[in-house]
Each structure stands twice: as C-alpha cells, then as structure tokens.
Design a protein around this ligand. Structure first.
Ligand code: ADP
Length: 449
C-alpha cells in the first residue's frame, strides 16, 4: 500500500481524499496556494506545503511545484481529485518518471479519452453504443453535408479537442450547416488550438446518464451502476441521483455490463465514468472521464463502497476489494451541489461565512471544506459543498432531502440553496420527469412536464 499521499487539490474533494487516507492509515500532505492558508484541508492534513500564489496556473496547476512538494515531504503517491491536473496525461507521465504513484489511470488511457474522436472510436470498438455520426474529423463541407443527410437533421458539429461545452454548434437544416461548421472550427481553433471537428446526430430531449466503472489494470473490471445528472445549467451538473428514475433494472444491468466488459478489455485502471445521452430507451456514448467525479457520493450511498479507498487500493497494486457479484444496490441517493452563487443570476458570491450549520441525521452526508468564519476566496470555482441524502426509495430520499435543506444554514454569502428548496417541491422533479434542458427552461420560467 502507498504510505504517504500528496493531495493535489483543494476544497471539499481534498478533504474527501484526506478522510479516505486517514481511514487506511496513510499519511497525508496537503498543498495549497497562499489564498488557502486557512483552508480546512490544510488544517486536517498531517503536513502541508505552500505551492504558490492564488492563481491556479501558479499553484494547483504548477507541476514542478507539486513534484517538489512530493520530494520535500517524502510523499510516494499523488491523488489529483477532480479538475486541475486530474486528466493531464503529462502530469501522470512526470510523476511516473519521478517514481511517484499517480492515483488514477495510465497516461495512455487519459490521452485516448481526452481526444473526443479517439474516445468515440475506442468506445465503439469496445462495444459501447455511440451517437451516429462521422467516423472521424470532417474537413470538407461537401463531406459534412453528405454525412448529415445520411444521419438526418438536426446534427451537432463538435470540436475533437472540446471541453466545457465549447466548440459545439447545432445545425437544424442543410442551410445552417456551412455556418455551423465554420463557427465550430473557429471556436475550436481559438479555444483549443486545434480546429478538427466531427458530426453527430443531435438528440433533442435526452437525459444524461453515466455509468461508474472501476478497473484493476489487469483486466478485472466492475460497474457500480449509473447516475442521472440531467438537471444541468450551462452543461454544469446541479443535482445528481442514483439510480436514474428513467431506467429499469434490466436496462441498468445491460448498460453496466457493457461498460464493465469494455473496461476489462481496455485493461483500464482506477475509477472512470462513461457518460451517455439517453433517449427513447437507447444509450449514446458522449465521453469518458478518467477520474473521480464530483457526484461520486451518490454511488457510494447506494453501494456502501468507498470509491477513494478503491482508487488507493488499485493504485497500490492490491486490486479491487469487491467483485461484481458482491455489489448490492440499495435505495436511492440524491446530491445537491451547493455553490456560493446568487441563486437567480448565478454570479459568484465569494466572502466570509458568518454562520454555518450543517444538517445531520440518518442518511444525510455533507462533503464540504467550509466552516463558520471561513472566507471563500474569489479565485476558484464556486462549489462550497455537497449535500448527499440517502433513503430506502426515491420518495423517502426526497422527504429527507426536504428536511435537510430546511436545516442547513450558510450565512454571509449567497448560495444556490434556495434553488434546491424550490426543486425539491417541484412536481416534475418529484416525478423524476426531466431531460437535460428542463432546468434551463425552468430557470427562464418555461419548464413543462
Ligand atoms: P464537453 O466535453 O464540452 O462538456 P460533451 O460531449 O460532454 O462536451 O457534451 C456536453 C453536453 O452537450 C452534453 O451533456 C449535452 O448536453 C450536449 N450534447 C453533446 N452531444 C450532443 C448530441 N449529440 N445531441 C444533443 N446534445 C448533445
């Protein structure tokens, strides 16, 4: 087993990883920017190293500083959390060259899945259902039109190097196509320095359903069911649940097995998430994330399996602690992402938390790095905590969520809590009746069942 883990992250996820390490008897090293001197992950870690000034590029993304912090502290492994360097293949390579264990997949797997065209090609080869579209990058407009005619309009033009929803354009008709291609290429070139684009059928009312997978790197792989993350704003997940209200047990089993088999064939190592759009009973692969996800606790709630423990075990070469047959799915879980943002405009609201009270009771978990008197710095994303609630079924889960939302208090900054208090009482949300556009329509006043 690794002995000392450096956590190359901040906020709630740094704390999450730290807790798993403590349980396993592994020493922890926190790294932090000068803006995070008083952060909870720094306070709770066995040791801490300041790695630079507030901007992420000078601290949490600064590879030489992080490698130096490993050497100073004697850490033998690095957990990247999510975001920052978690999907940076070069970082994984550099750690390897320094004899440090990267708690994540191989650099090659990160690279394959980081390129959308390559990822889709790989998924298809491994038997994962993909969205109909071009086989690879499309350079000629005439070829693009031919493919679009073949799959039928509407289509979506996407950047191969894309991320964060950028470089995507929908074309409803042949006439839209030339402009869509041109703008997508321009946006992709400017944002990613790579203007390769490809074409996909545009799905009009899909849900976002993702499958949690785990591999030991030696060909053993399992799935831990799915999460439904359809409630999104600007492609950012807001509310996540497990299981998906839209799937039958048979569909769950089938897609889970397809994903686990694919990971086994790939000899994938560590935690991964295979993301799909789901419409009319069909799954369509969109991308794979080669890391732990923000919403992983809902999976932990329904399986009782600590995903960070598993990540550390696998990275230490000890293999998975469970087989597929041993996994039991129990009840329902929902996660609300609490952001320090205005609940109407979503403008960030950094500042000092003057009063804080976390909810408790059966089936309630709060993952957060904040405390009363803590000042949220303005330099990083606005996620300040996650409220995760578990119940024996979805109705009990909603009941418990309503109660927990009533109990939690965060004063001094604006948060998205009022939005969740509205959503928990909404009939569509209550019925699990929503697609990926529902929340945007709701926020602009036009949501309908
Ligand atoms: P990114 O990596 O930029 O986030 P994704 O491929 O994950 O890009 O897609 C982001 C979002 O764009 C999806 O969650 C979905 O809302 C929308 N989207 C992507 N592809 C399609 C498609 N073929 N049809 C409809 N919507 C799509």
């Amino acid at each position: 087993m690794v002995k000392k883990v450096l956590i190359a992250n901040r906020g709630e996820i740094a704390l999450r990883v730290l807790r798993a390490c403590k349980e396993l008897g592994i020493s922890t090293v926190a790294v932090h920017s000068t803006a995070d001197n008083a952060a909870m992950h720094v306070r709770l870690a066995d040791e801490s190293v300041c790695i630079g000034p507030p901007p992420s590029r000078d601290s949490y993304l600064n590879i030489p500083s992080i490698v130096a912090a490993c050497e100073i502290s004697g850490a033998d492994a690095v957990h990247p959390g999510y975001g920052f360097l978690s999907e940076n293949a070069r970082f994984a390579d550099i750690l390897d060259a320094h004899g440090l264990t990267f708690i994540g997949p191989t650099a090659d797997h990160i690279r394959i899945m980081g390129d959308k065209i390559e990822a889709k090609r790989t998924a298809k080869r491994l038997g994962i259902p993909v969205v109909p579209g071009s086989a690879g990058a499309v350079t000629e407009d005439t070829e693009a039109l031919r493919i679009a005619d073949e799959i039928g309009f509407p289509v979506i033009v996407k950047a191969s190097a894309g991320g964060g929803g950028r470089g995507m354009k929908v074309a409803k008709t042949r006439e839209d196509m030339v402009v869509a291609l041109q703008t997508a290429r321009q946006e992709a070139g400017a944002a990613f320095g790579d203007d390769a684009v490809y074409i996909e059928k545009y799905l009009e009312k899909p849900r976002h359903i993702e499958v949690q997978v785990f591999g030991d790197g030696a060909g053993n792989a399992i799935h831990l069911g799915e999460r439904d993350c359809s409630l999104q704003r600007r492609h950012q997940k807001v509310w996540e649940e497990a299981n998906s209200p839209a799937l039958s047990p048979e569909q769950r089993k089938r897609i889970g097995e397809i994903c686990a088999n694919a990971m086994s064939e790939l000899r994938y190592r560590g935690a991964g998430t295979i993301e799909f759009l789901y419409e009319n009973g069909e799954f369509y692969f969109i991308e794979m994330n080669t890391r732990l996800q923000v919403e992983h606790p809902v999976t932990e709630a329904i399986t009782g399996i600590d995903l960070v423990h598993e990540q550390i075990r696998v990275a230490s070469g000890e293999g998975l602690s469970v087989t597929q047959d041993e996994i039991v799915f129990s009840g329902h879980a929902i996660e609300c992402r609490i952001n320090a943002e205005d609940p109407r405009t979503f403008a960030p609201s950094p500042g000092k938390i003057t009063y804080y009270h976390a909810p408790g009771g059966l089936g309630v978990r709060v993952d957060s790095g904040v405390y009363q008197g803590y000042s949220i710095p303005p330099y990083y994303d606005s996620l300040i905590g996650k409220l995760i609630v578990h119940g024996r079924n979805r109705a009990e889960c909603m009941m418990r969520l309503r109660r927990a939302l009533d109990e939690i208090v965060v004063d001094g900054v604006k948060t998205t809590l009022p939005l969740f208090r509205d959503l928990v009482d909404n009939p569509d949300v209550g019925a699990g009746n929503y697609d990926i556009h529902w929340l945007e329509k709701y926020l602009t006043g036009g949501a309908k069942a």
